[in-house]
Design a protein. Structure first.
Length: 299
């Protein structure tokens, strides 16, 4: 990872559009935790080594019962903890953090899953990408599997309104530099993305009517309709453990809630004529995922 850090530092030094004498934008890093004490502490350990200094780390705790709040405050006294009285899930927890951050003067907001670790220089390329173009509203990094550090999980996102599907570009591919070109993407994954405070004022907060999943794609769709660009920035690198709080990558709980949230998304945004193909192809896609789940359980 030291090579990644060096590359990120070079990128920042060469491309920083903010005058070296001025203060870089204040970034609030918002992490939502629910009974994820150990993975959250790992995430905070990695953030401790981040090279971007004008940042404030906020952990929003969704009423954990595993000693998360006490552990974070003891081991990371520099991290602010916002303890909520109930579990507001991903959207509600992040919204509480966003409101708190904006009151604290945040210019940029980084939403980061608690089950991630970051490259020390991950934030500079994201800030540079967002700072260099006022039309960019959201920017996401390259994300790898935590268990396979050179295997891609996200290198951009694509949405098909004909098949009712959302897919990560490059998923499960080994990284050989084939996705090293930055550019626009259909959506940024809520695992990690950077946005600007002014965007919240224009499009609102995450939609909490999504019980679980797809809040990120919905927010990106609203941002794009408001005239913002959603970008992928491969110079920024993050590693992700999959679906820790949802029981695993192919848990029934995850598949069920993801299917319901996807249906809500496409019902909201798909054109009338796309419904001639969307339901059937979506059923096929979700049915395949369900079969994979059943075979894994049988195995």
């Amino acid at each position: 990872m030291s090579c990644c850090a060096a590359a990120s530092s070079i990128f920042w030094a060469r491309n920083n559009s903010v005058n070296s004498q001025s203060t870089p934008p204040l970034v609030w890093v918002i992490i939502v935790n629910w009974n994820g004490r150990e993975v959250t502490l790992d995430c905070l350990d990695s953030l401790h080594h981040a090279t971007y200094r004008n940042r404030h780390v906020l952990v929003v705790d969704n009423a954990s019962t595993d000693g998360s709040v006490e552990g974070i405050r003891k081991l990371h006294p520099d991290v602010e903890v916002l303890a909520l009285p109930e579990n507001r899930r991903f959207a509600g927890g992040n919204n509480a953090g966003i409101r708190h951050a904006l009151k604290g003067g945040a210019e940029f907001l980084l939403l980061l899953n608690n089950d991630t670790t970051v490259d020390p220089g991950y934030l500079e390329p994201l800030v540079e990408r967002l700072s260099s173009d006022p039309s960019t509203g959201i920017v996401a990094p390259k994300i790898y599997y935590h268990s396979q550090p050179d295997r891609l999980w996200y290198a951009g996102g694509s949405i098909s309104f004909w098949s009712g599907s959302m897919k990560h570009v490059g998923i499960r591919e080994y990284d050989h530099g084939q996705h090293d070109t930055p550019g626009e993407t259909d959506y940024a994954t809520g695992c990690c993305f950077l946005t600007r405070g002014e965007l919240v004022a224009k499009i609102g907060l995450l939609d909490e009517s999504y019980y679980m999943y797809t809040e990120d794609a919905d927010w990106c769709m609203r941002a794009r309709r408001a005239g913002y660009r959603v970008m992928y920035e491969p110079q920024a690198r993050v590693w992700h453990r999959l679906s820790v709080s949802a029981g695993g990558h192919l848990s029934w709980y995850k598949l069920k809630n993801k299917a319901c949230s996807n249906f809500r998304f496409f019902r909201r945004y798909a054109r009338w004529y796309q419904w001639f193909t969307l339901p059937w192809l979506a059923i096929l896609s979700n049915g395949t995922a369900a079969i994979r789940y059943l075979l894994r359980r049988r195995g």
